[in-house]
Design a protein around this ligand. Structure first.
Ligand code: CP
Ligand code: NVA
Length: 301
C-alpha cells in the first residue's frame, strides 16, 4: 500500500492486515507496551474542513508512535491563497514523510499523491472517508468476532460515508443494504463497483433495510459543505432515521454505529444514540488505533 486515498484502492488482504495491526497496537497501548515505530518521522495534516476526531486521533497517534504531527490549517497555508496542490505536494515531500489531508474534492487528494513523493492519507473528502471505515470495520469485528456474512445496513445520505462503507464492507464479505431517498444515492463509481456483488442492495424503506441487520449505521443528512442545503435535506430525509421503530426488525444483538458528529432527532434519536453509546464511542476510539496501523504501513518501510 502506497497511499490511503479511497476504499476502492484497497484489497481485502490489505484491509484485514490493517485491522490486525490496529488490534495489536490497541493491545500494546492498553498494556503500556511502547511502540515508537515511527521515531523521527513527521506527518503533515492539512485541514480544509473542521475536525475533532480525525485531527486529535492522528495527532495523538503519531505522538504515540514516536513521530511528530504537524497541523496545517489550509487558511494559514499558501494553498488557501491559491498555490496549486501540485506545488504544495512537491514542496512538502522535501520536508516531511507523509501527508494527511481533509478537503472537498477527491481529485485534490489524488493530485497530492500523484505529484508528491510521499504517502498521502485521505482524512475525508466529499467522496470518501476511508479512515472512518477502517475504524468501523475494526469495531464491528470487535463486537461480532467476524466480518464475513454479517448484514450491514446504512440509513441516510449516499455521501462519503455511504460510498466508503459500501465498498469496504463488500470487500470483506459483508452483505450491504443501503436505505437512501431517491436522488441521494451513492456515487456512480461506487454503484458500478457494487453492481458485481449480489449481496448489495439499495432500498427506499429504512425499516425494510433493517430486517435482520447485525449492524446499523447512519450519518448526517447534510455533510460539511452542504450547510446551505440543510433545510431541503431535512425534508428529503424525513424518516431516514435510526430509531426504535426501524431497529425493531433488526437482530436482537444489533450494534449501532455513527461516525459522529451526530444530529440528534435527525438521522438518529437521542435515545438510540445513548443506548448504543458504548459501540459508538468505541468506534470513535478505534479511529486512533486503525489510523496508527495505516501510518505504520505507509511509513515504516
Ligand atoms: N468522524 C469524523 O471524521 O469526525 P471529525 O469530523 O471530528 O474528524
Ligand atoms: N458525511 C460527514 C461525515 C463527517 C465525519 C461529512 O462529510 O461532513
Amino acid at each position: 500500500m502506497k497511499h490511503l486515498l479511497k476504499m476502492l484502492d484497497l484489497s481485502k488482504e490489505e484491509i484485514v492486515d490493517i485491522l490486525n495491526l490496529a488490534d495489536q497496537l490497541k493491545y500494546e497501548l492498553k498494556h503500556g507496551i511502547p511502540h515508537h515505530i515511527l521515531q523521527g518521522k513527521t506527518l503533515g495534516m492539512i485541514f480544509q474542513k473542521a475536525s475533532t476526531r480525525t485531527r486529535v486521533s492522528f495527532e495523538a497517534g503519531m505522538y504515540q508512535l514516536g513521530g511528530y504531527p504537524l497541523f496545517l490549517s489550509s487558511s494559514e497555508l499558501q494553498i488557501g491563497r491559491g498555490e496549486p496542490v501540485q506545488d504544495t505536494a512537491r514542496v512538502l515531500s522535501r520536508y516531511i514523510d507523509c501527508i494527511m489531508i481533509r478537503t472537498f474534492e477527491q481529485n485534490e487528494v489524488e493530485d497530492l499523491a500523484a505529484f508528491g513523493d510521499i504517502p498521502v492519507i485521505n482524512g475525508l473528502t466529499d467522496f470518501s472517508h476511508p479512515c472512518q471505515v477502517l475504524a468501523d470495520l475494526m469495531t464491528i469485528r470487535e463486537y461480532k468476532n467476524k466480518l464475513e456474512g454479517l448484514n450491514l445496513t446504512y440509513i441516510g445520505d449516499g455521501n462519503n460515508m455511504a460510498n466508503s462503507l459500501a465498498v469496504g464492507c463488500l470487500k470483506v464479505g459483508m452483505n450491504v443494504t443501503l436505505a437512501c431517498p431517491q436522488g441521494y444515492y451513492p456515487d456512480e463509481r461506487v454503484l458500478q463497483f457494487a453492481k458485481e456483488y449480489p449481496n448489495f442492495k439499495i432500498v427506499n424503506s429504512p425499516k425494510e433495510a433493517c430486517i435482520d441487520a447485525d449492524v446499523v449505521i447512519t450519518d448526517v443528512w447534510a455533510s460539511m459543505g452542504q450547510e446551505k442545503e440543510a433545510e431541503i435535506r431535512r425534508k428529503a430525509f424525513k424518516g431516514y432515521q435510526v430509531n426504535d421503530e426501524n431497529l425493531s426488525v433488526a437482530k436482537s444483538d444489533v450494534i449501532v454505529l455513527h461516525c459522529l458528529p451526530a444530529h440528534r432527532e435527525e438521522e438518529i434519536t437521542a435515545k438510540v444514540l445513548e443506548q448504543h453509546s458504548k459501540e459508538i464511542f468505541d468506534e470513535a476510539e478505534n479511529r486512533l488505533h486503525a489510523q496508527k496501523a495505516v501510518l505504520v504501513r505507509l511509513m515504516d518501510k
